[in-house]
Design a protein around this ligand. Sequence first.
Ligand SMILES: Cc1cc2nc3c(=O)[nH]c(=O)nc-3n(C[C@H](O)[C@H](O)[C@H](O)COP(=O)(O)O)c2cc1C
Length: 257
Amino acid sequence: MCGAGGVAGAGDVLLASTFRGVWPRAERIASVRFMAEMTIHEALYTTRAMRRIKKDPIPQDVQARILDAAIRAPTGGNSQNWQFLLVDDPEVRGQLGPIYRSCIEMLWKSFYAERIAAMEADPEAEASREMASVLKSANWMARHFEDYPLLLFAFIQGDPTGGSIFPAVWSAMLAARAEGVGATITSVMMFQMDDVLKVLGVPTDEEWVFACCVPMGYPTGRWGVARRRPAHEVTFRNQWGEPLGFEVPGPLWKGDS
Ligand SMILES: Cc1cc2nc3c(=O)[nH]c(=O)nc-3n(C[C@H](O)[C@H](O)[C@H](O)COP(=O)(O)O)c2cc1C
């Protein structure tokens, strides 16, 4: 996409023109070049819960590209019945931090109580190690909640399945990944929704439903391929219980190295 020797080529200019008026030309071309460096497969395979972040702010042009990509996502009937809310005000983040911590404690004591007990009973089991790693990382987020420079809240109206909001949330995370910005979906604040709605000033008579909050920031660590159960273990073909017919033992995208 870039011309030889780092000179912007026709493709750069074409892409950069898409963003004309949003931010200055030089920055525009540099940013477009950065985006063009990541393939869709790298973004798909390496976008994951990135909780350990720096306090550095996320510039508004980066925020613009994340949101503009996110709102290309589909909604049922193209109703776009969503509302996003960005929080970067330290005062508001300061009010949300204690709520988040209180909610995560409730999560560990409720939905995760059994898994945590199993982890403590057999810490060397693979599932226990995975759980311990999620716990450590999630508790880090809770302790540092106020430090995330940007929180993206996603709300939806009239969507009982919730299917119309998460495509946009995931697109925001992929777009953030392309910008080098880490992000994590969090839903735990639903435990104290009334407090959250009050802090954010969300009208309570318009049936807005909280989908999630996505804390974002520049990561301290590196991205790796997400570890998951392989596709053939979680997919049937034609009839429930029937095998897929092929196996995918490891990630098909392994990076450039
Ligand atoms: C619907 C949903 C809700 C989640 N809620 C939280 C949360 O409240 N707090 C948190 O730290 N992580 C939360 N996560 C992040 C998951 O723990 C994370 O995506 C999962 O452990 C996989 O992490 P990985 O992609 O880094 O492998 C949530 C993820 C999803 C999809």
